[in-house]
Design a protein. Structure first.
Length: 654
């Protein structure tokens, strides 16, 4: 295999401020000490962390069981409870500390303490038991961003039920498929949700999903009254209001100890084709990943106000909203709505209002906020911030620099985190008190994570070359299997081509000569142009570095001359150009890419849109873009698109 060529050349380096290093949980010496400990005694290292950071009902005696690789087990003979680790442990020490500051779509703020959250979780857990839900039962959660969403997840964990959260923007068909695949006994939903000032129905989608068939396992639907929507269809034999369910129930509910390997949740990966792919996570190992990364990557302290903007429907909202912050006793902000309502300054207003200290969001959100008002952050007091984070996709260097300079005031380290639904928690990310930062690089693996870059036969490639990103050893927070489909798990993540022992992340990556990791995009987003294998992310970064470009997405399309041609979809910081103006700007951008990277990377097609096709969570739907680039009819489900109208714009070639 010719290795994937790395064409991004980033030389800027930013040291963590001395004041940050002085107070950090993890300093440079600590980082290298932990890496050395994990290299010397891998099992002993993770075992020590599990004993130090989690509360066990029954201590484990075996750390890692590799006897049935790649179906690894961690701490298998120990028992614990995730909700106990998130709530009970704090109720005796910090009962009055604010656990969640919830800001609704209309700006209404609700605060709950650890004591209040504990009581709400216990009462709802008693409600679940009243409905006959027991350990091992699957519960589908289809709720808006809300305190109730966290309560529902924690209540399931408290009694040993396995939750499967579905993002509130997904269609009835998606809900139906997930109910059927998981065999859910219960659905927890709401009448509707508020988003950008608009009321969006949820329960009608559940009704439609159940009517499609294949959902005979469902015995009840619990409905949280959020919007007060009228005219809801109601089935007295199936439906029950949340408030009616919990009325009169006790505010205490003993947490049920479960085996460390007991499934905590199933999360279906977004945008999957064919049968839904349910990623199954354990209780003990997953929770350890959440806690270690909260302490190491986010350096979280008792005094922090932590804000992860992700929806609980995604893994980021699981690990860094529903579990990680609570397990650390942190105060966090939760947000219902969109970052541009009622104005483009909503994020900055909220940081100022709640004195947020750690802010964690997606590059897509950052780029869209640059386009909507690059000068807006300076109109607000963001001095409370001490750390910034990026998640969801590689962040291009220019967006990184804007984030670092204009939001963080050139004093807040930026932790660009690489991880996946399958990995459970951060895998490669800066330790902000220990790591020198390069814009656009996720830097180095967390202590104990054995990341590497290999060729298609599983052999390491030399630094400076690109290849497949793999993890060489199992880690506690990793996916355990695909729900109901172990063969698919093995083939997808531990392919025989790589010897069946390397976890294949599905991302192309490069490790530069200083050892820094750079994510180059998904393996299926690697382009082969005239025999050169190019990562799409690097071409996108070059485009976005142009002062006129707000956002860009690059895909390939078949080409008779070069094998594959680069097709770029571009959003400008100005109005969408047409005609001669569009052709002129397209020429300028081609020349720009040729100058930044080289002529081989020049886009053959450039298409301008007012936006890019994204899910409501902000993910760019690249499969749609590939279809458009190939002039194919779009047959994929577009029901989760935030802005379906822009597809026609993007069909126009320049």
């Amino acid at each position: 295999m010719s290795t994937i060529e790395s064409v991004l050349n980033e030389t800027r380096l930013f040291e963590p401020p001395a004041s940050f290093q002085a107070q950090a949980h993890l300093r440079r010496d600590d980082y290298f000490r932990l890496v050395a400990e994990s290299n010397k005694d891998y099992g002993g290292y993770w075992g020590r962390l599990a004993r130090d950071l989690l509360i066990w009902h029954k201590p484990f005696t075996q750390t890692l069981d590799e006897s049935n690789a790649p179906f690894y087990k961690w701490f298998a003979d120990g028992t614990l409870n995730a909700s106990y680790n998130c709530l009970d442990r704090h109720v005796t020490t910090i009962p009055n500390r604010t656990a969640i500051i919830f800001e609704a779509d209309d700006g209404t703020v609700t605060r709950v303490s650890y004591q209040q959250l504990y009581e709400r979780v216990c009462q709802f857990a008693n409600g679940l038991r009243k409905l006959g839900i027991r350990k091992g039962d699957r519960v589908l959660v289809y709720l808006p961003m809300s305190i109730e969403a966290v309560v529902a997840m924690q209540a399931c964990a408290r009694i040993g039920a396995i939750h499967s959260v579905v993002f509130g923007g997904f269609s009835a068909k998606s809900v139906n498929e997930r109910i059927a695949d998981a065999g859910a006994r219960l659905v927890i939903t709401a009448d509707g949700q508020w988003r950008g000032g608009k009321q969006i129905a949820l329960k009608p989608a559940v009704d439609e999903a159940l009517a499609m068939g294949g959902c005979a396992s469902v015995e009840a639907v619990v409905v949280y009254r959020r919007t007060g929507a009228s005219g809801l269809a109601w089935n007295d034999k199936l439906d029950i209001w949340w408030h009616d369910l919990v009325t009169g129930l006790p505010h205490d509910c003993p947490a049920e100890p479960v085996e460390a390997e007991h499934p905590l949740f199933i999360l279906y990966t977004s945008g999957s084709t064919g049968k839904p792919k349910g990623v199954q996570h354990s209780t003990g190992g997953y929770l350890l990943g959440a806690v270690t990364s909260m302490k190491w990557t986010f350096d979280v302290k008792d005094s922090d106000v932590f804000w992860c903007t992700a929806d609980v429907g995604w893994v980021t909202g699981h690990t860094y909203v529903a579990y990680g912050p609570l397990a650390c006793g942190a105060t966090q902000v939760m947000f219902e709505g969109v970052p541009t309502y009622p104005s483009a300054s909503r994020f900055w207003e909220m940081i100022q209002r709640h004195k947020v200290t750690i802010f964690y969001t997606a590059p897509t959100a950052i780029r869209s906020l640059i386009k909507l008002g690059a000068d807006l952050p300076k109109q607000f007091d963001l001095s409370s911030l001490r750390l910034l984070g990026s998640v969801g996709e590689p962040i291009n260097p220019e967006a990184w620099m804007w984030y670092y300079t204009h939001v963080g005031g050139s004093r807040c380290p930026v932790v660009d985190t690489w991880w996946q639904t399958e990995t459970g928690s951060h895998m490669i990310a800066p330790m902000p008190g220990a790591t020198s930062l390069k814009p656009g690089s996720c830097t180095f693996p967390l202590p104990g994570i054995q990341a590497a870059i290999v060729d298609e036969t599983g052999h390491d490639v030399e630094w400076g070359k690109g290849g497949f990103l793999v993890i060489k050893k199992p880690w506690p927070a990793m996916i355990r299997t695909i729900w109901g489909d172990p063969d698919r798990f093995r083939k997808s993540y531990y392919p025989d081509d790589l010897g069946g022992r390397l976890y294949l992340a599905g991302d192309g990556a490069n490790r530069d000569l200083d050892g820094y990791f750079w994510i180059m995009g998904r393996i299926d987003d690697v382009l082969n142009v005239s025999g050169h294998r190019l990562g799409t992310m690097e071409i996108e970064s070059a485009l976005v570095a142009n002062p006129h470009v707000a956002e860009a997405a690059v895909v390939g399309r078949p080409d008779d001359m070069t094998g594959e041609a680069v097709c770029a979809f571009v959003v400008l910081k100005q109005a969408r150009p047409e005609g001669a103006q569009a052709e002129k700007i397209a020429r300028e951008l081609r020349d720009w890419v040729a100058k930044e990277i080289g002529p081989i990377a020049k886009p053959k097609d450039i298409r301008f849109g007012e936006n890019l096709p994204k899910t409501r969570s902000g993910k760019i739907m690249r499969r749609l873009l590939r279809s458009i680039a190939k002039d194919e009819d779009i047959t994929q489900d577009t029901s989760t698109l935030e802005n379906p109208a822009i597809l026609d714009q993007l069909k126009q070639v320049n």
